[in-house]
Design a protein around this ligand. Structure first.
Ligand SMILES: [Zn+2]
Length: 867
């Protein structure tokens, strides 16, 4: 027997003493969750026996979840646990594979056969004995905690239940259980509820137990929504999962969620057409979704639990956990359970207990396994046909291949290509340099992606622009053209043409190290990694400067043209020796995979020389990010994440509530992402004003930009968006949602014209820049002609839904403004340049604001002490 035979008695006793009530005896726990059977293998410990408390009585810490699943692996030959990677907080991401011992014995063969099925270039294997693959993924939103508890009961049931029906499941399916897709967020919430849990439990919705403090446990370590990250793969958790996903390509994927406490239960089908993706075959929605729903309805009917379908939730964006599987020939399904947000809470139907929410998810999850097994061949055949139709649809597509490239920024080009490869998209080298639609694509710096390939539907999602919609209401974004997010020149070709070599992985980069110089080093700002390299240099105390006018330097590898933004590092001005500096340069080049050049003379071949007044010394950013109640946690998290991940630069996250007594002297840069800043009183606003006037750089996004203008911190004018009060005097109640939905800007992409000679535009090689907008903050161009750094073009709409009225207001409005104030300045973004950590085009504007804010002196503004 296993090591914890003595635990159940002790655990139970402890539980009984502590709670004095609900700790039901073992059989009672099992009969609440599994009322239809008593046939369990006694050698397999129940979660209650192992944990020492009944599931539903408290929140289970993630380490205990993993420990129980490891125990199942230890005692049963039906269970294997594996670690697919680690989260930012170093929790293991585990997935448990449950199937019959026979299947476990030939798992690799099963996998290979399954991949053969999904490969239209290969003959289909016989379906007769092929298991169906089911992935049950829990708790992507950390504070939707019932589902991780469900993972334990599900794993227990499939392992211990001896009924013939369950034996059939094990034989005919392979079930992957991912107990928590977001372990870091899960534990944040677990600790919150546990530390406030009363005895007796408090059901009052106002109790602290049910109300986490900002930012809550929904997001991951960086407060990101991982259920938007399946396409952009900004986070380690998603990248680890994607590797596992493509290793198996499951037929059914369930994403378990929780929704409002007063709600009931939701499962797909989603709202027909308008919430569905046009690239997905109707057989997924009208066939598989409807088929699966019958089982889910039947399971909940039996419990008497209420539910709804076909409403509310989008199933359109491939970044959702329930939509990406639809793009891989599976059927992805969202389950939403009303949340008890804690152990029990009053709701409109009476009392919602944690155990009740667990039982609903458990029941639908097991119904999913049943449905998959009973429709095994249908699901397998669907997947086969899905990839076959990807080829035919791709062949019929108006665009037969997309070319993308980038001639100046190898890092962004590489990041994008790595993303395509992570999605198993076929990428080829460009065979010869060519000009397409006025854009030059260089061999070696450009790639081709044909549409006729198994991943056709993802290819279209990543490259094509969307301007037609079935609806005006979006739960989230209405476009996700990643080629625009990365600001990569790209073009569609009407014919596939000749392809170069297939790219399956990118060779390691080998940055060229310049000759040692006693005069100066140069760092080109066009490469995305230049910002990270600059911060490393500054952090090591290296004096850095930037140029405002172009020049051609005579470098150790010949004459080379440099654009404004280039970082210069004069050798003799440093506090460290020439040899030490050279070591630092070599180290930074290696760490950031970026090349430096060296010059032996300050005299340029062309343009300004290295001692010119058009070169300014940069200051090392000491940055502060305001956080806390009222601040948009996603945007704050994006700032934190980008500075950590890309710049390795610390930023102090300070709560709004502590601002009044905070000494600002140590900061030269403050970031206000969108949010409500009304909690900052008059004195705080005055303090901020003084700090800016003394030379600080204040960076604001969206509603924070509006706030800064209204408080007189910055000059500017706000343009009201489409009226919220409709002009029609009377509208039917039933039409409220579409009418009101049309007025919001729910995530769409526009083109702006960027002044690339302005410090905020340094490093950009094209004046046209795509931006992402999901707010109605619209700013008028500045009075000072030099202050509108980026402006929406006259025809700015690129992709996504927008109403005509809003589009008219957005065109020619300001996207990026600078307002000089005394010795300092406020940099106002009308949008969020860091959206989802994946807008590599515009987040460089944010980096420019951080590094070059201090050298902005707008012409035409009075500057004190100028001689
Ligand atoms: Zn959720």
């Amino acid at each position: 027997m296993h090591s914890n035979t003595r635990r159940p008695a002790l655990g139970l006793l402890f539980t009984l003493l502590l709670w004095g009530f609900a700790a039901l005896p073992l059989l009672a726990q099992n009969s609440y969750y599994f009322p239809k059977t008593k046939n369990f293998d006694p050698k397999i410990p129940t979660p209650e026996q192992f944990l020492g408390y009944g599931i539903g009585e408290r929140q289970t810490r993630y380490d205990r979840v993993v420990a129980y699943l490891q125990e199942l692996d230890r005692v049963s030959d039906k269970v294997r646990i594996e670690t697919i990677g680690y989260t930012y907080e170093h929790r293991p991401q585990v997935i448990v594979t449950i199937t019959s011992p026979e299947n476990h014995g030939q798992l690799e063969q099963i996998r290979q056969e399954h991949l053969q099925l999904t490969n239209p270039a290969k003959a289909a294997p016989a379906l007769t004995n092929m298991p169906v693959l089911v992935h049950l993924a829990y708790n992507v939103h950390g504070n939707e905690s019932s589902s991780t508890e469900v993972s334990l009961l599900t794993a227990y049931y499939l392992t211990a239940n001896q009924d013939p029906e369950t034996q059939r499941y094990l034989k005919e399916s392979v079930v992957f259980i991912e107990p928590a897709q977001n372990p870091d967020g899960r534990d944040r919430h677990t600790n919150w509820v546990s530390m406030h849990q009363g005895n007796p439990a408090v059901s009052d919705p106002a109790d602290r137990e049910h109300n986490e403090v900002w930012p809550g446990g929904r997001g991951n370590h960086y407060w990101f929504d991982l259920n938007r990250d399946w396409l952009p793969l900004a986070h380690v958790e998603s990248r680890n999962r994607m590797e596992f996903y493509h290793k198996w390509l499951p037929n059914v994927f369930i994403d378990f969620h929780e929704m409002g406490t007063n709600s009931t239960y939701y499962f797909e089908p989603s709202k027909p057409y308008s919430s569905e993706n046009r690239l997905i075959p109707r057989s997924t929605y009208d066939g598989l979704n409807v088929l699966m729903a019958r089982y889910h309805a039947e399971a909940l009917d039996e419990l008497g639990s209420l539910y709804f379908t076909k409403e509310q939730y989008d199933n359109i964006y491939p970044g959702y956990g329930s939509t990406y599987p639809d793009f891989q020939g599976g059927v992805g399904i969202t389950f939403e359970q009303a949340s008890s947000r804690g152990n029990k809470q009053e709701n409109s139907l009476g009392m919602l207990t944690f155990a009740f929410t667990i039982r609903n998810h458990l029941t639908t999850g097991l119904a999913t396994v049943k449905a998959a097994v009973e429709n095994r061949e249908t699901l397998l055949r669907h997947q086969r046909e899905f990839y076959q139709s990807a080829l035919t649809d791709g062949r019929k597509n108006g665009v037969r291949a997309y070319v993308y490239g980038e001639n100046y920024d190898a890092t962004r080009l590489r990041k994008f290509t790595e993303l395509l490869l992570a999605h198993r998209i076929e990428v080829y080298e460009l065979e010869k340099s060519q000009r397409i639609n006025g854009q030059q694509f260089e061999k070696g710096k450009a790639y081709v992606v044909p549409t006729e390939q198994p991943q056709y539907r993802l290819v279209e999602s990543i490259f094509a622009k969307t301007k037609e919609f079935d609806d005006s209401v979006f739960y989230d974004a209405s476009t996700w053209t990643l080629a625009l997010a990365y600001n990569l020149p790209h073009a569609g070709l009407k014919t596939k043409g000749a392809l170069g070599k297939r790219v399956t992985e990118l060779p390691p980069r080998t940055p060229a190290l310049p000759e040692q110089s006693h005069y100066a080093y140069l760092l080109d700002w066009a490469d995305y990694n230049a910002a990270g390299a600059l911060y490393l240099l500054q952090d090591k105390g290296v004096i850095t400067q930037t140029i405002f006018k172009p020049f051609t330097a005579s470098t150790s590898s010949g004459p080379k043209a440099y654009q404004p933004g280039t970082v210069t590092i004069p050798v003799a001005s440093q506090q460290i020796s020439s040899d030490s500096l050279y070591k630092v340069i070599a180290e930074v080049a290696q760490l950031k995979q970026i090349s430096f050049e060296s010059v032996k003379t300050g005299l340029s071949v062309n343009g300004i020389d290295l001692g010119s007044n058009n070169i300014q010394t940069l200051r090392k950013p000491e940055a502060l990010l305001l956080t806390g109640q009222g601040v948009t946690a996603y945007e704050a998290g994006e700032v934190w994440f980008l500075l950590d991940e890309q710049l390795h630069m610390p930023i102090s996250k300070v709560d709004l509530a502590s601002f009044p007594r905070l000494n600002l002297r140590r900061y030269n840069t403050i970031v206000l992402v969108s949010g409500v800043y009304n909690s900052l009183d008059k004195a705080s606003v005055e303090k901020l004003k003084r700090w800016v006037a003394d030379g600080g750089t204040l960076i604001t996004f969206k509603s924070a930009s509006e706030w800064a203008i209204k408080q007189g911190l910055a000059q500017g004018k706000i343009i009201p968006a489409q009226d919220t009060a409709s002009k029609a005097a009377r509208i039917d109640f039933a039409n409220a949602r579409p009418t009101e939905g049309a007025k919001s800007v729910g995530g769409s992409i526009y083109e702006v014209d960027l002044d690339t000679s302005h410090p905020l535009g340094f490093g950009f090689t094209d004046r046209r820049l795509p931006v992402y907008r999901n707010s109605t903050t619209i700013l008028a161009p500045a009075k000072n002609p030099y202050s509108t750094v980026a402006q929406y073009t006259n025809e700015p709409w690129l992709s996504g839904y927008v109403s005509k009225a809003n589009l008219n207001k957005i065109k020619n409005s300001a996207a990026l403004l600078v307002s000089d104030q005394g010795q300092g300045r406020v940099i106002l973004f009308s949008d969020n340049p860091n959206f989802r950590g994946t807008w590599y085009g515009t987040n460089r504007l944010f980096f420019n604001a951080i590094f070059f804010g201090s050298v902005i002196k707008t012409p035409g503004t009075a500057v004190a002490a100028e001689h």
